[in-house]
Design a protein around this ligand. Sequence first.
Ligand code: THU
Length: 132
Amino acid sequence: MTKAKQEWIDTAVAALDKAYVPYSHFPVGACLVTKEDEIYQGLNIENASYGLSNCAERTAIFKAVSEGKRAFKHLVVAGHTPEPISPCGACRQVIVEFCEADMPVTLLGDDGAVKETTVEELLPYYFTNKDL
Ligand code: THU
């Protein structure tokens, strides 16, 4: 484990305590890393109108993209789950929009549960602008 990767993991895990989850009580944290080694923390933000809730992954991606960032090299997602957290389908599609297919993704759960995967493994036969 590199020192940098440990920081990305710590950032995603720290986000769990900041998630705004009064309805689901299911916090999710994320850390998106740019190719220039900047890190963007994300967490889920829910709403009394449940469908307006925003996932942790999309919070991190939208924060970074709204700051003009377009090139990413790693995503970490953390949940308080027995197995490594599984990103939702909507987030997988948004990840595909901004991250290369072979970009590594680290999924974390409680008690050291970890799955190392990639963008394409999360969303095989993905849809992008090349398909338009
Ligand atoms: N959630 C995420 O933040 N990321 C995912 O990939 C899975 C689901 C959030 C949405 C909602 O706030 C809560 O988890 C329960 O669905």
